[in-house]
Design a protein around this ligand. Structure first.
Ligand SMILES: NC(=O)c1ccc[n+]([C@@H]2O[C@H](COP(=O)([O-])OP(=O)(O)OC[C@H]3O[C@@H](n4cnc5c(N)ncnc54)[C@H](OP(=O)(O)O)[C@@H]3O)[C@@H](O)[C@H]2O)c1
Length: 181
């Protein structure tokens, strides 16, 4: 049995699907038979990705999604339910990682990271959890950085979102790590 044996037919929404890990995850999951629902701000890239998946015989829907906007996450989850009848998995992948020494005081970067990397994940949970409860099933996958667990120079403000996990309706949100490195 391989690690993807349960993927066929699953409905998986992915934030930050327009590039990098999110895009690669979408391609792999679609190849393994999942119906993927793509969210990110660059909708031109989402459209191209959805076309690529469809041309390869897969299924994909997409919606322009800014995870700083709570309503955009609600709309992404709704798209999954309207198009495919349910949502099995939400992958909270959208994130940014501006790198600088703490004493550069790039406060705007810190705020962006908190808004996107923490609040964006919480908005995703808030959008999908009611659906998961109603369905009686559903999984969150939150993509995190190792810098959330370990102090790394110039990565001083790393929201530790790996602890934002909801294996059951219980959600434990630890404070963001502020490392003086
Ligand atoms: N690659 C690594 O080594 C590494 C290490 C640690 C953690 N991570 C984490 O892994 C995740 C994916 O990173 P990556 O390396 O694949 O980076 P990436 O290629 O830059 O992808 C980031 C994705 O997040 C999306 N995004 C950014 N802000 C957003 C917003 N406000 N709303 C919706 N989507 C947004 C981007 O799409 P748009 O710009 O189109 O919105 C993009 O699709 C991130 O959370 C990152 O922090 C990556």
């Amino acid at each position: 049995m391989n690690g993807f044996s349960g993927t066929e037919g699953k409905v998986v929404a992915i934030t930050g699907a327009s590039s990098g890990i999110g895009e690669a995850s979408a391609l792999l999951l679609a190849e393994r038979g999942a119906k993927v629902v793509l969210g990110a701000r660059r909708s031109d890239r989402l459209a191209a990705l959805a076309d690529r998946i469809a041309e390869a015989g897969g299924e994909a829907a997409y919606a322009r999604t800014d995870v700083k906007q709570r309503g955009d996450l609600v709309a992404l989850v709704k798209l999954a339910c309207d198009r495919y009848g349910r949502l099995d998995v939400l992958i909270n992948n959208a994130g940014i990682m501006p790198i600088s020494p703490l004493d550069d005081l790039r406060v705007e970067d810190w705020e962006e990271m908190i808004d996107i990397n923490i609040k964006g994940v919480l908005y995703g949970i808030a959008a999908a959890l009611p659906v998961f409860r109603k369905q009686g099933f559903g999984h969150f996958v939150n993509i995190a950085s190792t810098a959330g667990h370990k102090t790394v120079a110039n990565q001083s403000v790393i929201p530790e979102r790996s602890s934002l996990c909801a294996p059951s309706p219980r959600v434990c949100a630890r404070r963001p790590a502020v490392n003086c490195a």
